[in-house]
Design a protein around this ligand. Structure first.
Ligand code: GLU
Length: 422
């Protein structure tokens, strides 16, 4: 995806700006404000990895624990070349607010390693994952901090994390990590969960505005775990997907795409999305965001919609599948255009919600049917949507600030009940 223009806010500044607006609206006491603003812990690890060519390379990794006020830290591990401490810190805070919005008993955390997973072999990735985990083994744990997949990591990565942790603590602790393969204590429905949650939010918004699914033109930027599942599920549900993009570029076709065929092209045949035959008009992945549509779903990475381009966004509903795709500077333009925003900390919370279900199932040693997982997810997402929209209407703020208020209020209440340990 294109890098953001200079002069825009960093992701951490964007996250902080929204937190501050919501904290002010909430009249948060200065002590609580300070407590929630800063993370509990930030760890940097230097990870030595023996490469396949026999040479050793040191990679830099992070784990930021933002909050354990409402439960163990929770959040993914990202493997990407542009990972930074600033980004991981923002993503960790977002996890706290996300778990607060959907009211699951977790705090927030995030990890990342600066690397290009495309350029590492499977065995190099395994050694990197295991050594990163070993260096953090004292901090991870089902009651401490529970990682999950994020950009550049997947269920296999989580299996390695689980095994490394298990070897160190000398017990098969599946609940230390979520997003695992089904054969290793993973949950039915986890892979599609973020995408399904995004669709549930869109369904609710569509019903609210008395629109019809079949008449909704949808653009999805990103074709990774979130984007590909959103596109598949929404296509199956009758929405018309007129724009799609992956890291190689975008495609636009006002007649709509046959998404299962695109999926087969990208995942079955390992081809680049923009080369999809009879695919429509080729364009940059960012340019796609400015085509007219009813629902726009940025599901790739941060800082895509900025102060410099927000005026070009032409949709009714903006549903954030990625974390932080819209900068704080762009919020007012999106608001002035009357766009109904489904903010990341609500819209993409389906993933961590089913991660919570996975953690519960692992600890019970009892596994649920897929239908049960999906129904519970639907309940959580619908309730959270209703609460956010209700807060927005009663506090006269946009849905994003409403979601922050809801989450900060929940964390603040738990914090007051716990009191401060001196
Ligand atoms: N990485 C995902 C997110 O940003 C999932 C986190 C989790 O399941 O813990 O929400």
């Amino acid at each position: 995806m294109p890098t953001p223009i200079t002069g825009e806010m960093s992701v951490f500044e964007s996250a902080e700006a929204r937190f501050e607006i919501a904290a002010r609206k909430l009249g948060l006491e200065p002590g609580l404000y300070q407590y929630m603003k800063y993370p509990e812990r930030e760890i940097t690890v230097y990870i030595p990895v023996a490469l396949d060519n026999g040479q050793m390379q040191i990679f830099t990794g992070y784990r930021v624990l933002h909050s354990t006020v409402r439960g163990p830290g929770k959040g993914g591990i990202r493997f990407a070349p542009d990972v930074s401490l600033d980004e991981v810190r923002a993503l960790a805070a977002w996890m706290t607010w996300k778990c607060g919005v959907v009211n699951i008993p977790f705090g927030g955390a995030k990890g990342g390693v600066i690397c290009d997973p495309e350029k590492l072999s499977k065995s190099e990735l395994e050694r990197l994952t295991r050594r990163y985990t070993a260096q953090l083994v004292d901090w991870f744990g089902p009651e401490r901090d529970v990682p999950a997949p994020d950009i550049g990591t997947n269920d296999q990565t989580m299996a390695w994390v689980m095994d490394t942790y298990a070897m160190h603590v000398r017990s098969a602790t599946t609940a230390v990590v979520t997003g695992k393969p089904l054969d290793l204590g993973g949950s039915q429905g986890r892979r599609e969960a973020t995408g399904r949650g995004v669709m549930i939010c869109c369904d609710k918004a569509v019903a609210k505005f008395k629109m019809k699914r079949e008449k909704c033109r949808v653009i999805v930027q990103g074709f990774g775990n979130v984007g590909s599942n959103v596109a598949m599920l929404m296509h199956e549900a009758g929405y018309k997907i007129i724009g799609i993009a992956d890291i190689h570029g975008g495609l636009y076709n006002e007649n709509g795409f046959d998404i299962p065929k695109v999926h087969e092209w990208v995942y079955g045949q390992s081809k680049k999305l923009p080369d999809f035959p009879a695919g429509g008009e080729k364009m940059g992945a960012q340019e796609l965001l400015f085509r007219p549509c009813d629902i726009l779903i940025p599901a790739a990475t941060e800082n895509q919609i900025t102060a410099a381009n927000a005026h070009r966004v032409d949709c009714r509903i903006l549903c954030e599948g990625a974390n932080g795709p819209t900068t704080s500077h762009a919020d007012s333009t999106i608001g002035q255009k009357g766009i109904f925003i489904l903010p990341d900390i609500l819209a993409n919370a389906g993933g961590v919600t089913v991660s919570y279900f996975e953690w519960v199932q692992d600890r019970q040693g009892f596994f649920w049917r897929e239908r049960e997982v999906n129904e519970r997810l639907q309940d959580v997402m619908e309730q959270s949507f209703d609460q956010v929209v209700h807060y927005a209407e009663t506090h006269r703020v946009d849905n994003r600030i409403a979601a922050y208020i809801l989450a900060i209020d929940r964390v603040a209440r738990a914090l007051k009940l716990r009191g401060f340990y001196a």
